[in-house]
Design a protein around this ligand. Structure first.
Ligand code: HEC
Ligand code: HEC
Ligand code: HEC
Length: 443
């Protein structure tokens, strides 16, 4: 027996109405979910940028945290779009390129969920399971809390999506391989335990909060703690000072008051150094000037004070080992150095190396001048120096570069002179020391 189609073309039966109604409800529900709950679907529909206004308070907190973590420093190329990928980072093993953090669906983080992002920050692992190169300082960022990670991610999602593909790292085989990275992690990386959010746990400024900021998002150890041959941080020598990977700038010891330790300082002075870039004799320079320019100048008062309180705990609070300028102790180390100083430097730094308050650093009794490592002095004289422009110090004075006007022997002579005058008593600098830095291919 055959069923005639006409039978089915009669008026719908009640159960068919029910199916239709349910279908419509479902459709309506999907539409509503599209409009009112885009956040819920964030991870499953990456190509749709957040349409509804994201939680502005969360985004603002994320923007603040991005500055604290100085993400833009590495993830923004010179002249490029913000956070769309950075210039090559020189590591002792090769060049590594920081990728695109904007929400572009294919070249950025558009397809990532908040959980994916947290995993990258906390464990250094991408959503596709690949482990990340530790030139991305997740060795410090691992301390990030869930809520800070979510705020940072919300901020990054709020950026305009930029189509900027990753550049391939330039690492000799097998250094960039997943096997090598996995081995490295096994030796040098430990995931931080989940900590209660520092932001929530501490109400006022505290050394504990400062520790979380310095060791976590601030990633200060990445420069101020020495590394072993494989590039792992030597935790047993934490904060004891290190040459930067380019072999040029020296990040002085934060646990030694004759280098960058601030144990004897007022908390307010330390906070000012971090937010304005200069305080008393300390004038930040080189990579630290970048840190102040892009990151620490934006610290709010409570966070700056917290960091100051923590930094004070790093070195024993002995009376500052820095000597005050002796009255007339000017036995010059060489007549050449004295002559250059008189002609080229004294107009700013003073006849007795006394400097000018809030403008030119004193060189007499200045620990940066007396430090064992003389790279920073040499770089300052060869390349000149400008402090970071900050809201507290918008137009810092600068120092001209001398690489064209002074020879290696002359730079060595003037530096040896300032290290031995006005009560200063540090070892001389050799022509060879200057030559090494002048001829470095790295700018
Ligand atoms: C010192 C430089 C540096 C800083 C500072 C830095 N990053 Fe990176 N980041 C890198 C490098 C290099 C990579 C590439 C690592 C790789 O591909 O193995 C990277 C990769 C990433 C990735 C993985 C991207 C991808 O598609 O694989 C994320 C996410 C990330 N960074 C987020 C951040 C955030 C958020 C901050 C600020 C809190 C930050 N980074 C600060 C250097 C840096
Ligand atoms: C990119 C590398 C880098 C990072 C990250 C970094 N520093 Fe530095 N820091 C340096 C270098 C290089 C110097 C030496 C130049 C100078 O004296 O300013 C320095 C100097 C300092 C000084 C001494 C300044 C002076 O002039 O006496 C202090 C204090 C300091 N850093 C604190 C910090 C703190 C706190 C952090 C984390 C928020 C930090 N640094 C992160 C590289 C870095
Ligand atoms: C036009 C004024 C000017 C002249 C001339 C000048 N300097 Fe400077 N010097 C400065 C300023 C400003 C700074 C701080 C730079 C900074 O913040 O990075 C500085 C920094 C320094 C530092 C680093 C001090 C520290 O605390 O980190 C040394 C060393 C130094 N100068 C030596 C010299 C020598 C040697 C000469 C002569 C060959 C010289 N300067 C000429 C203005 C000058």
């Amino acid at each position: 027996m055959t069923t005639t189609p006409s039978v089915n073309r009669t008026a719908p039966k009640p159960w068919q109405w029910l199916v239709l109604a349910l279908g419509l409800c479902l459709l309506l529900f999907v539409l509503v979910a599209e409009v009112i709950a885009p956040a819920v679907r964030e991870s499953s529909t990456p190509s749709v940028p957040p349409a509804a206004a994201p939680d502005t308070a969360l985004v603002q907190r994320g923007a603040y945290l991005a500055r604290l973590g100085n993400c833009a420093q590495c993830h923004t190329a010179r002249g490029g779009a913000d956070y769309a990928g950075g210039n090559a980072l020189l590591t002792p093993f090769g060049r590594v390129y920081p990728g695109n953090l904007t929400p572009h669906p294919t070249t950025g983080l558009g397809a990532w969920s908040a959980a994916d992002f947290r995993r990258a920050m906390h464990q250094g692992i991408r959503p596709d399971g690949r482990v990340l190169n530790p030139a991305f300082p997740y060795t410090s960022y691992t301390r990030i809390t869930q809520s800070d990670s979510d705020a940072l991610f919300a901020f990054l999602r709020s950026l305009p999506a930029v189509d900027a593909p990753h550049r391939a790292h330039e690492l000799p085989w097998p250094l960039g391989t997943q096997t090598a990275l996995t081995a490295w992690r096994w030796l040098h990386f430990s995931e931080a335990p989940d900590s209660p959010g520092i932001t929530e746990a501490d109400t006022g400024p505290s050394a504990r909060r400062g520790a979380a900021l310095v060791q976590g998002l601030g990633h200060c150890a990445e420069c101020h703690t020495p590394r072993n041959r494989l590039g792992g941080l030597r935790s047993s020598q934490a904060w004891s000072g290190a040459l930067m990977p380019d072999g040029l700038w020296y990040a002085p010891a934060l646990n030694d008051n004759t280098e960058a330790g601030v144990a004897g300082w007022d908390t307010a002075d330390i906070a000012t150094l971090l937010t304005h870039g200069q305080r008393r004799q300390a004038y930040v320079a080189g990579p630290m000037a970048e840190v102040v320019r892009n990151s620490t100048q934006y610290l709010n008062a409570a966070d700056a004070e917290s960091i100051a309180l923590y930094l004070q705990t790093l070195a024993p609070a002995t009376p500052a080992a820095v000597k005050s300028p002796a009255i007339a102790d000017t036995t010059p180390s060489s007549p050449l150095g004295a002559k250059i100083y008189e002609n080229q430097c004294a107009q700013c730094h003073g006849k007795q190396g006394e400097g000018v308050a809030d403008a030119y650093p004193a060189l007499a009794g200045n620990r940066s001048v007396l430090m064992g490592n003389t790279n920073n002095l040499t770089l300052t004289v060869l390349r000149g120096g400008y402090g970071p422009s900050t809201s507290g110090k918008p137009q810092p004075h600068g120092m001209p570069p001398y690489q064209l006007s002074l020879s290696d022997a002359e730079v060595a002579a003037v530096l040896s002179f300032i290290r031995k005058s006005w009560g200063n008593a540090a070892a001389p600098v050799t022509e060879f020391d200057i030559n090494k830095i002048r001829n470095s291919p790295i700018r």
